[in-house]
Design a protein around this ligand. Sequence first.
Ligand code: FUB
Length: 550
Amino acid sequence: MKRIFLIALCNLLCFLTSFAQGNPFVRDIYTADPSAHVWADGRLYVYPSHDMDPPRGCDLMDKYHVYSTDDMVTWTDHGQIVEAADVPWGEPLANGGKFMWAPDCAYKNGKYYFYFPHPNRDPWNSTWKIGIAVSDKPASDFTVLDYWLKGLPDEGMIDPCVFIDDDGQAYFYYGGGNKCMGAKLKDSMDEIDGSLQQMTGLTDFHEGTWVFKKDGVYYLTYADNAGGANQLRYATSNNPLGPWSYKGVYLKGTTSDTSHGSVVEYKGQWWAFYHTADLSGTGLLRSICVDSLFFNDNGTIKTVVQTKDMGTPYQNNWRPAPGTIEAEDFNEGGQGIAYWDNTKGNAFSKYRTKDWVDINENRRYSMYYITNTEQKEYLNYSFEVLQAGIYNVDFSIATTTSGTEEKFYLEFDQKKTSNPRRYTATYTELSDLGTVTVPNIELSEGKHTVTFYPSGNLNFDKFTFTHTTGIREIEAARVSIFPNPSDGIFQIQTPQNGVVLITDISGKLVLKEKTNSANHTIDISNQAAGMYILSLQMNDQVYQSKLIKK
Ligand code: FUB
């Protein structure tokens, strides 16, 4: 009674927790193996498994949650629906665990059938059974049946998938030992109809079966055995039980060693669900993601472009390019989103203390800088390009020890190159950090994100974008600014409308507004006295001038 009350209380508290964020789109708990379905209420529901933190291999996984959306942006966590303790069958395992892996859900006869793999005795990895929980609702009130799916042989297979064909016939699939098995399900949805047969024609099948239908063609997707990071592959057939014709890889390996996906159409767009280890950095704590999926005209699937939330600019300040970004002003969003730091905790700084990145302060030179960088770490910086074109990027960067050299490389807008260009930094004193120029970066006008990857220990102070064709002096545009110096109120006369940006000498944006008349007033009287840079974007050109605020 007490447990039922606690679950009900937790569900009540979790109920209708909504959030909108990019990949990974669930961040408060770790989730994996997403099975996505669109139900009659018009919402898309996702049934993932739940990696428990801290993990013990995968043998603590438990407590399924359900998520739904009606716009692919805002997600609702419906709370926990089933946990291992609800399962009335199964002997206690020697490792003390009672756990459940990748589930699926099907709708038939006015009921939702939730299928989950659960070991029923030791040795647990060869005694998996497929449990069933039933509800009248898609995301609550499930009752676990006191028997497992009838008609299964006594062998350890996992990852149930149930596909309902247009004629209402249900099919069951699962896998293990590098083979995938399938069969019809009886109308009762709790028993195999006939015998299971092996799905043939799949190349390098590992686990994670998913079946869907498009334009009369059946697609079977699955995870392969690729070392390091499994990929998602697929095959097609004109029959739900095959034989299958292998087509290729549609999702390359992610940061997780396992892979498991589902494919679904929603509101005219196809979607690929999968998981990564981006948030935790370990394949035992995974997070579900979704990206658009596209087909070629011949029905083959285009490789899914995996996207990831890169965080937001520090203090919501889109640093302009041309311009300078301080290294310590990396994006906000935390570990796994805005940056990766191998060591928990910030070793030094009073600057951004909640973030784990090591930011050091040198009072003598009045500078903050990033230090203690290591391989596998990264930092994201979002910025806004005012003038499209080719840029040189000058990095103020050096190794921390005399006589050493280290590399770093950059990735713009998540575009991974298999052979990234690496740039070399050598040792210089903090008082006079060396400059490493990254030349010829082509950038379109608008918002971008650059990711900085170090290969070893670097002191990194800032980087500056310079347009290779140069910035025009404001006089070239028949623009006048007066009075200059002023107490913060400047009149600007322009021959055309444009956009004015004012940055302080550290590159921080202090004002951005459109000029909407020949005589425009700029007010930076709330800023500290000193020098500022005015950039006027007009007529596809950027013009710059110094402003002095008294
Ligand atoms: O999540 C546990 C297991 O890892 C799943 O059942 C497999 O598909 C793999 O993702």
